[in-house]
Design a protein around this ligand. Structure first.
Ligand code: SF4
Length: 462
């Protein structure tokens, strides 16, 4: 998967340089809402799939009747998202199916060259459809569509092609995107919904950060997870919290969350801190990384995972950078700058609150993380997770977390450049760092991945 960018205003030359599938397109025929040009891609290419006219649309009536199945990615944040969708009248369900069968299902329906995150997401959705749990005449699927130059923008077309191939061609697919794709569908992200989703990212990051710092030390097992569930339900219940619509209320709830987590009884046994960075899906999704966090916990570690807001800010930063480099409308520049500054400010406020509370370690702000890439990579490295991946490794080392697992889908070129490709120079400049790069794909075994991580842990220092 890759970052979100608004493709609408990118010129075709820029698009072509970012996506090899677009390289031979006649720029006049390029449809920015659907980067697939069926004529120009080879018949073996998995991106050749469908056009806007031949897919089943999600209609107004379906809002009442259809359950939208949501694939797993960020365990906390996506629970917020599903509850927010429900508050807007959608019936939504976060999928819980997992296991090796998902990759096999993916392999049966998409080319094995396809990015592992796409393969898993498609495998998880089709596996759910085959489970018999759902009335297929009243089921829809949701997939995120980022709009970046990487293949993640095209997962929706792969999914539709896979659905046809496996006999589920009548199932509507909706896209969660902030770039205006898939117009004409009754499912859409409105501004009020977007505001709630972004505020949920801030709270989701706080909960993820506190959970990671509490779970390894809790005396009463399960207490931290219970608090996470309690706060997701409370915050997404409008009668109990206004945190998703009002920043003052959000700060009040964050204070209460900090107090709640501060009351958890903890043992003082020292733990090895291990950071997780990488491609966004395999970094966060237990389905994608074979329950990496659970494994590290079982090895007696404290997991440190950078927040999702950093990724959102990275996406906005990229739009601003492209605007600066290639030009664009002045209005767009001002709007993005305003939104970017607003969320950088909110992030800093919340991190200051965590610091002031005194029990937990606050993550460093995005602005600080961004500065760390100087002398390593340029901001223009923006395919996949781009410079952010390098920056997150540096930020972890900078804050004393020297042991790092860099998770990457096998064959994910952009992230191998900014992830594994940067490890040598990072280690040279930071000899205390202890980084291992782990590839994830259907052929990689969990045992092998865990053994490699155990080797890294054998050299780990507190
Ligand atoms: S190449 Fe990597 S970053 Fe790009 S879509 Fe595939 S997995 Fe995601």
């Amino acid at each position: 998967m890759t970052k979100s960018m608004n493709m609408k205003n990118l010129d075709s030359q820029n698009l072509e340089s970012k996506n090899p599938h677009l390289a031979n397109l006649d720029s006049k025929n390029l449809n920015p809402k659907n980067p697939h040009n069926v004529e120009s891609c080879s018949s073996n290419c998995d991106c050749v799939s469908n056009t806007e006219d031949d897919f089943v649309k999600f209609t107004e009536e379906m809002k009442e009747t259809h359950t939208i199945l949501v694939p797993t990615m960020l365990p906390i944040h996506f629970r917020f998202m599903v509850n927010i969708l429900k508050s807007y009248g959608y019936k939504a369900e976060l999928l819980q199916n997992h296991g090796t069968e998902l990759a096999q299902e993916g392999l049966r329906n998409v080319h094995n060259d396809t990015c592992y995150p796409a393969l898993l997401v498609i495998g998880q959705l089709i596996d759910a459809l085959k489970s018999g749990k759902y009335d297929l005449s009243k089921t829809a699927l949701l997939i995120t569509q980022t709009g970046g130059g990487c293949r993640a923008s095209n997962y929706i077309y792969l999914l539709r092609k896979a659905l046809k191939k496996s006999g589920f061609g009548d199932i509507p697919v909706v896209s969660l995107n902030f770039s205006g794709f898939e117009e004409g569908q009754a499912f859409r992200v409105t501004m009020p919904m977007l505001k709630k989703l972004v505020n949920a990212v801030i709270i989701g990051d706080v909960l993820m950060c506190l959970l990671n710092q509490s779970k390894p030390y809790e005396i009463n097992a399960g207490e931290s997870d219970e608090l996470v569930s309690k706060w997701i339900e409370r915050i997404t219940d409008e009668s109990q919290s206004k945190a998703l619509v009002d920043f003052g209320a959000l700060k009040k709830d964050v204070r209460a969350i900090l107090n709640d987590f501060g009351k958890i009884l903890r043992n003082n046994e020292p733990k090895i801190k291990v950071g997780i960075v990488g491609e966004i899906y395999v970094k966060y999704s237990p389905v994608g990384n074979n329950n990496l966090e659970e494994f590290l916990l079982s090895e007696g570690c404290e997991v440190v995972v950078p927040g999702f807001m950093d990724f959102c800010l990275y996406c906005m930063n990229d739009v601003m950078l492209e605007n600066r480099l290639y030009g664009g409308s002045f209005a767009k520049k001002i709007i993005y700058k305003f939104i970017y500054n607003m969320f950088v400010g909110k992030q800093k406020t919340i991190y200051k609150m965590i610091k002031k509370h005194g029990i937990f370690t606050a993550p460093t702000s995005f602005e600080h993380t961004k500065k760390l890439i100087k002398g390593y990579v340029e901001e223009g490295m923006n395919m996949g997770e781009g410079w952010l991946l390098t920056a997150e490794m540096l930020e972890l080392i900078n804050s004393g977390v020297n042991n790092i697992v860099c998770t990457q889908p096998f064959g994910c070129l952009p992230n191998h450049i900014v992830g594994r490709g940067m490890m040598k120079v990072i280690k040279e400049k930071n000899p205390q760092s202890n980084i291992v790069s782990i590839d994830y794909d259907p052929g990689a075994t969990k045992v092998n991945q865990e053994n490699r991580i155990k080797l890294m842990l054998a050299n780990a220092k507190m």
